[in-house]
Design a protein around this ligand. Sequence first.
Ligand SMILES: [Fe+2]
Ligand SMILES: [Fe+2]
Length: 151
Amino acid sequence: MTTDEITELLTEAYVDELETVMNYLTNAIVLDGVHAEEVKESLEADVQEELEHARMLGNRLKQLEQSPPGSAAFEASQSGLQPPEDTTDVQSVIEGVLEAEDDAIETYQSLHEAATEANDPVTEDVAVTILSDEEAHRTEFRGFQKEFPSD
Ligand SMILES: [Fe+2]
Ligand SMILES: [Fe+2]
């Protein structure tokens, strides 16, 4: 792995985090019903954590003399996290979150591996710190999934 591959992964992760912020925020706003309340609160809290992840990744890019991107090159990828037509469909949002967290976990595992190979302990540390948050998010939403079984 080269430094180029590390900056590529950092950039990709930065963009993914910001897409996650948008979709978690939207779903925290649109969901309806008594069953939605806990999920909405959790999404609201995660928005702050995902934003902090983007901040960490952007700052690491800056330290590597790169710049995090603006929105011009942005391509959306989280089709599973679009707000549901039926705003009481909490289950579909839970599924979308689990998919997004799985993707994030994969990204940070790759970043960790690349940083280890490139002997870049600072990026390694960033990857492990964020990875640990994403695993906690996944665990929380696996719990919600048990409460909201699909029919
Ligand atoms: Fe994140
Ligand atoms: Fe997350």
